[in-house]
Design a binder for this molecule. Structure first.
Ligand code: AMP
Length: 284
């Protein structure tokens, strides 16, 4: 078993990062909520190509969960996560407590308007406010040269890029491709909630996105592609579909109703039992 250093306070995190920077080493950060899988580890691998030192954080952030969401049920297992991070070549794990991140009297909110409003912003009110707040805090606490986030959470990645630019946070944000199971399902900590029957249906989400991309490239209209995608998910057995939409790849504004002209991103969110799955794909 390989060990990894774990720090739980901002002071200890800053001391470790300061020592590396003093030695002239670049630092990359990979923020996570734990319950790590190959997707997270691919982010660490990418981070290692960008900097001499990699800090991962594990923090299940209460402010990005709605009142009826899965904050309490969210899978947690720090010992296993720490071992995986050590094996992936991560140098330090920052695992703060909720009290460390939200001290008594904490009052600040961050609202990234525009890009955070449609799609998951509409389906999960307050979610991106919580994400922007915790990511801003983590980046200010750690002060990395680069930070790596997954395209799996594509809207989150765009919100973070906007946040960092608007607040002049001196860090380069890097997007990493989505790691998938062999049948196409995007890896996610929440896949652990799926029953065996639901796990069989789940790859239909990625399949519908792939098919939508094919149709868009063939010149089919956005309106038709979205309708076909929704119907495919319903047929596959998804019970509630939050969205299946073709959007501008950077600001996530609406495209269509006709054929696309430049690049686009297809994004979808749908429920299987108590699990909400999201996925997205590039077009062009
Ligand atoms: P989470 O622990 O779910 O908050 O995710 C932490 C980071 O890992 C985020 O930047 C996610 O976008 C990224 N991530 C999650 N799943 C995947 C995946 N299947 N492939 C690549 N990155 C991922």
């Amino acid at each position: 078993m390989t060990a990894i250093a774990i720090v739980r306070t901002v002071a200890d995190l800053r001391a470790a990062v300061a020592a590396w920077k003093k030695a002239g080493e670049r630092v990359a950060m990979v923020p996570t909520m734990g319950a790590l899988h190959e997707g997270h580890l691919s982010l660490v691998a990418l981070a290692r190509t960008k900097a001499e030192r990699v800090v991962a954080s594990i923090f299940v952030n209460p402010t990005q969960f709605g009142p009826n969401e899965d904050f309490d049920a969210y899978p947690r297992g720090e010992a296993r996560d720490a071992e995986l991070l050590a094996g992936a070549g991560c140098d330090l794990l920052f695992a703060p407590t909720v009290a460390q991140m939200y001290a008594p009297g904490f009052s600040t909110r961050i609202d990234v308007t525009g890009v955070s409003e449609p799609l998951d912003g509409a389906a999960r009110p307050g979610h991106f406010g919580g994400v922007a707040l915790i990511v801003a805090k983590l980046l200010i606490q750690c002060g990395p040269d680069v930070a790596v986030f997954g395209e799996k959470d594509y809207q989150q990645l765009q919100v973070i890029k906007r946040l960092v630019e608007d607040l002049d946070i001196p860090v380069e944000i890097i997007g990493a491709p989505t790691a998938r199971a062999p049948d196409g399902l995007a890896l996610s900590s929440r896949n652990a909630y799926l029953t065996p029957a639901e796990r069989e249906i789940a790859p239909a989400l990625a399949a519908a996105l792939t098919e939508a991309g094919r149709r868009l490239r063939a010149g089919e209209s956005v309106e038709r592609v979205e309708a076909t995608g929704l119907a495919a998910l319903e047929r596959a057995g998804f019970q509630k579909i939050d969205y299946f939409e073709v959007r501008h790849p950077a600001d996530l504004s609406r495209l269509g109703p006709g054929p696309i002209e430049g690049e686009a991103r297809i994004l979808a969110a749908a429920h299987l039992g108590k699990t909400r799955l999201i996925d997205n794909m590039a077009v062009g």
